[in-house]
Write a protein that binds this ligand. Structure first.
Ligand SMILES: [Zn+2]
Length: 479
C-alpha cells in the first residue's frame, strides 16, 4: 500500500541556500520545457509539419545548458533531469485527460524540489541513535538535513523537499508492502448483508454550512470555538496584508516581506482544518461497527461559482448579490467538504470499507422514516432545526434526518448494483509514441539508429519509457 509522510525539516542557512538553488534550477528546466513546447506548437501546423519534425515530448534537457546558462552546471545533473521528468509526467497526465497542459511554475508560493535516490542516503547514527538523512553528492555536498519524524516511516526511494511560507518540509513516499483491500471485494462483501443489517453498519453524512458535517448517528465534525476565533483573527490580518500588498511597489523588498506574512496568515487556518478533518475521518473510518459510508455527490466547484453580472435596460450594472455569494462561497470552502471526502475515502479503503456518493436531490425535504418528499417537511421559522413530516408526523433533527436519508440512498445504490466507480485512467503519450516509432523506422539508418537507441534505453529509467525511444529531430541528426 502506498503511504506517504511529510515532516518538518530544519536546514541550516547554508543548506537553505543550496536547496533554494536546486529548487530554482529544477524549475528553470521545467519552465524551459514548457516554453519549448509552446514554441513548437505555435508552428506545429505550418513550418514544423513541413519539415517533418515532430514536436518533441521527451525528457532531454542538455540543450538548455549553453553559453548563456553556465550556472545550470552548479547543481547535480539529476536535479535538472528530474525537472525534465516532472514535465514529461505532467504532459503524460495531460495526454490522458487527467490534467491540463503543463504551465509555467511560479517563483512565489510553495516551492519544492524532487530528489531521487542518487542524491540522498539514510545513515544510522550510533551516537544519537537516530537516523540521519544525508543530501548531495561528493561534488555537490549538502550535509545532513535534520528533520523531525513525528511518526514511524520507511525509507523512500525518492523524496521532495519543499518550502512553504518560510517553513521547510521533507516528504517521503513509500510502499509498506501490505496489500490494499480491493474495492470490488469490499463491494461484494457488503452485498452479502441484508438491508436491515446494512442499516446498522452504514453512516450517512450531511454536509452543511453551519456545521460542516453531521453523521446519521448524531456525531458531527466542526472546528472548536477557539479555532474559529483564532482563524477570524488571522483573517483580519490577511485582509490587512492584502491591502498593504496592493499599495506596495512590485519587486520591492517590502512587498516580498508582506507576501511572506500573507502566506503565514493562511497557514493557521489550513493546518487547523486539516487536523480536524484528519481526526474526524480517522474516528469514522476506524469505527469497527461501521463499514459503509455514504456522502452526497456535491459539485463544490459549481456551487462556489461567481454569480453572473446583471445589467439593466440602459446597459449599466446592477446589484447581483456577488458580495453575499462570496461570503457563502468562503463558508462552503472553509467547511472543507472536499477534504473530508478525500480523507475518508482513502482511510476507508485502507480499512477495507467503502465510501459511496449518492444524489443530493431533496435530501433535506425527505422524511427518513416514510420517504415522503415535500418542501413543507423542511425546518420552519418556529422550529429552525427540526424536520416535521407532513405524512407520518415524524419529528427529528434536520441534519440527522438528512444523514439517515443519505445512508438509505447509499444502501439502495449498493444493493441495486449501481455503485459508480471512477474508471482508472492510465497516463501515457499514446499518439506521440506511435508517431515517434514510425519516424525512427523510416528516417534513421540501421546502425546509427541502433546505437542511439541503446544509449537512450540506458538513459531512461522508467520501463514504460522504453517504447518511446525516438531519435533526435531529423535536422540535428543529419548535421
Ligand atoms: Zn414521514
Amino acid at each position: 500500500m502506498q503511504t506517504g509522510n511529510r515532516f518538518r525539516a530544519y536546514p541550516t542557512l547554508a543548506q537553505e541556500q543550496i536547496l533554494l538553488q536546486w529548487i530554482g534550477h529544477q524549475r528553470f528546466i521545467y519552465n524551459a520545457k514548457v516554453s519549448e513546447d509552446r514554441y513548437y506548437r505555435a508552428f506545429e501546423e505550418t513550418a514544423v509539419a513541413l519539415s517533418g519534425t515532430p514536436v518533441p515530448v521527451d525528457q532531454e534537457y542538455a540543450r538548455f545548458i549553453g553559453e548563456s546558462t553556465p550556472w545550470l552546471r552548479e547543481v547535480p545533473s539529476q536535479i535538472l533531469r528530474n525537472g525534465a521528468v516532472l514535465w514529461k509526467q505532467a504532459y503524460g497526465r495531460f495526454c490522458s485527460g487527467l490534467a491540463g497542459r503543463p504551465t509555467f511554475k511560479r517563483k512565489d508560493g510553495t516551492q519544492s524540489v524532487w530528489i531521487t535516490s542518487e542524491l540522498f542516503c539514510f545513515k544510522y547514527n550510533d551516537k544519537t541513535h537516530t537516523e540521519e538523512l544525508g543530501l548531495g553528492t561528493r561534488k555537490f555536498p549538502v550535509g545532513v538535513l535534520s528533520f523531525t519524524a513525528h511518526t514511524p516511516y520507511s525509507r523512500p526511494s525518492s523524496l521532495h523537499v519543499s518550502v512553504e511560507a518560510g517553513k521547510w518540509y521533507v516528504s517521503f513516499s513509500s510502499d509498506d508492502g501490505l496489500p490494499e483491500p480491493k474495492e470490488e471485494e469490499t463491494v461484494s462483501w457488503l452485498r452479502m448483508f441484508t438491508e436491515e443489517e446494512l442499516e446498522v453498519r452504514t453512516l450517512g453524512f450531511d454536509r452543511g454550512v453551519a456545521v460542516p458535517v453531521v453523521a446519521s448517528d448524531g456525531r458531527s465534525m466542526d472546528l472548536l470555538p477557539v479555532h474559529k476565533s483564532r482563524t477570524e483573527r488571522k483573517e483580519r490580518a490577511r485582509r490587512r496584508y492584502q491591502r498593504r500588498l496592493a499599495r506596495q511597489k512590485k519587486g520591492s523588498q517590502n512587498r516580498k516581506k508582506t507576501k511572506r506574512r500573507l502566506a503565514r496568515s493562511f497557514e493557521y487556518g489550513k493546518n487547523v482544518r486539516k487536523d480536524v478533518v484528519h481526526k474526524a475521518t480517522h474516528t469514522f473510518a476506524t469505527d469497527p461497527e461501521r463499514s459503509l459510508f455514504v456522502v452526497e455527490d456535491l459539485k463544490v466547484n459549481h456551487m462556489t461559482k461567481r454569480p453572473e453580472p446583471k445589467k439593466d435596460a440602459s446597459g449599466g450594472y446592477v446589484k447581483n448579490g456577488a458580495r453575499a455569494k462570496a461570503g457563502l462561497n468562503r463558508a462552503i470552502l472553509s467547511s472543507c467538504w472536499g477534504l473530508f471526502v478525500l480523507f475518508l475515502s482513502y482511510k476507508a479503503r485502507r480499512n477495507g470499507k467503502l465510501v459511496i456518493k449518492v444524489s443530493p436531490k431533496f435530501s433535506s425535504q425527505e422524511c427518513a422514516r416514510c420517504g415522503h418528499i415535500h418542501p413543507d417537511n423542511q425546518p420552519s421559522q418556529a422550529e429552525p432545526c427540526k424536520i416535521g413530516c407532513q405524512r407520518c408526523g415524524q419529528r427529528d433533527n434536520a441534519d440527522r434526518n438528512a444523514g439517515l436519508v443519505i445512508a438509505k440512498r447509499g444502501i439502495r445504490l449498493l444493493l441495486e448494483g449501481d455503485v459508480q466507480r471512477k474508471p482508472v485512467r492510465r497516463c501515457g503519450i499514446g499518439k506521440r509514441k506511435q508517431l515517434g516509432q514510425e519516424l525512427s523506422e523510416d528516417k534513421a539508418s540501421g546502425e546509427e539508429n541502433k546505437t542511439r537507441r541503446s544509449k537512450r534505453l540506458r538513459a531512461s529509467s522508467a520501463k514504460e519509457e522504453l517504447s518511446v525511444a525516438r531519435p533526435e529531430t531529423p535536422t540535428t541528426a543529419s548535421a
